[in-house]
Design a binder for this molecule. Structure first.
Ligand SMILES: Cc1cc2nc3c(=O)[nH]c(=O)nc-3n(C[C@H](O)[C@H](O)[C@H](O)COP(=O)(O)OP(=O)(O)OC[C@H]3O[C@@H](n4cnc5c(N)ncnc54)[C@H](O)[C@@H]3O)c2cc1C
Length: 294
């Protein structure tokens, strides 16, 4: 069955400068982080046509977690499990909830931050949550022997259908940065199974800051894996500045505006996905309201 299939060449750079040399020589090579997504593809067994594999797991500089007074930086090769245990006191609750929702303990041991953010064609939980936390990513682009470094908001790494765009054919996400000032209201819900039934799945996340009787800095993202990565600036700005509690009629209007926006911009989302996302969005706002009455 595997006649004629040769093992791929595997390159193991130990630093960013070694990586630059390897990617310069093998521009078609596949970057391998935890391998969980790559191995789940039907065509994952590398064929001779490919240019080998670059295994990122020897690059210690991609495994660091550091913090300052204002932000925490997390290397691309930090796993979901490491981040959960190292960041319990440090990370916003919504990020902990997101990481805990990824697969099983065994999967979380393998899944990396960079691998989660750099799947080429589908967005899942971590991209959604980091987008609303206004996290940024350091991306290195490799072009004809020249390396350039860019800090890009995670919300801007993706097209509206969720496809990854690192800005160059050869690029490496090296670390992410998350500010330590976050909203005191955070919600994250996944419905459906992102991997086995991604067609029926949706991921919804919202954060906001509550001040006196009003809301500020509302950030909202809804993702349908393989179909859409949606940040609604309109809904964010209509909610920011709203007085609490939000009138039930306004909740109803906003949730239907969300559906109208999603339908207009992303034709492939099913009716059921739309309805579930709408109800979850409404439930977030009702939750905000009931807490404001305590
Ligand atoms: C059983 C199972 C259940 C799962 N459940 C969930 C779930 O509930 N929610 C959820 O969100 N996800 C879930 N996942 C998906 C999981 O999030 C992805 O498989 C995972 O994020 C990929 O991470 P990885 O480190 O294994 O990446 P890999 O598979 O190694 O790589 C993924 C892609 O990213 C590229 N890449 C990797 N690192 C970099 C980098 N630093 N710079 C540029 N490109 C890079 C690779 O070339 C590849 O294209 C599940 C996966 C499995 C197997």
């Amino acid at each position: 069955m595997f006649e004629g299939v040769r093992s791929p060449l595997i390159y193991t750079p130990r630093s960013l400068s070694e990586f630059a040399t390897v990617i310069g020589r093998h521009p078609q090579a596949i970057l391998w982080a935890g391998g969980t997504y790559l191995m789940s593809r039907s065509d994952y067994y590398p064929t001779e046509a490919r240019d080998g594999i670059i295994d990122l797991s020897y690059m210690e500089e991609l495994k660091r977690i550091t913090r300052t007074d204002r932000y925490v930086e997390i290397g691309a090769m930090v796993t979901a499990r490491q981040l959960l245990s190292a960041g319990r006191l440090l990370l916003p609750p919504i990020l902990q909830q997101t990481l805990s929702s990824i697969g099983t303990q065994i999967v979380r041991r393998q899944v990396t931050v960079g691998g989660s953010l750099c799947i080429s064609d589908a967005r899942f939980s971590l991209s959604t949550t980091l987008a609303i936390l206004a996290a940024t990513a350091e991306v290195k682009r490799y072009d004809n022997g020249k390396v350039t470094t860019h800090w890009i908001p995670i919300a801007k790494l993706y097209e509206k259908d969720g496809k990854l765009n690192l800005g160059a054919k050869n690029a490496l996400l090296t670390r992410i940065r998350i500010g330590l000032e976050f909203g005191d209201f955070q919600r994250f819900v996944v419905f459906g199974d992102p991997i086995r039934r991604s067609d029926e799945c949706g991921i919804v996340a919202l954060q906001a800051k509550r001040e006196q009787n009003g809301l500020s800095k509302v950030q909202f993202c809804v993702t349908f894996p393989g179909k859409a990565f949606h940040i609604s600036k309109d809904i964010e700005s209509k909610l920011s500045g709203s007085a609490l509690p939000i009138h039930p009629e306004k909740v109803n209007i906003l949730s239907h505006e969300l559906v109208a926006e999603l339908t207009k911009m992303h034709s492939t989302i099913s009716e059921l996905q739309l309805e579930r996302a709408r109800r979850i969005f409404e439930s977030f706002l009702h939750d905000l309201n009931s807490q404001s009455l305590l």
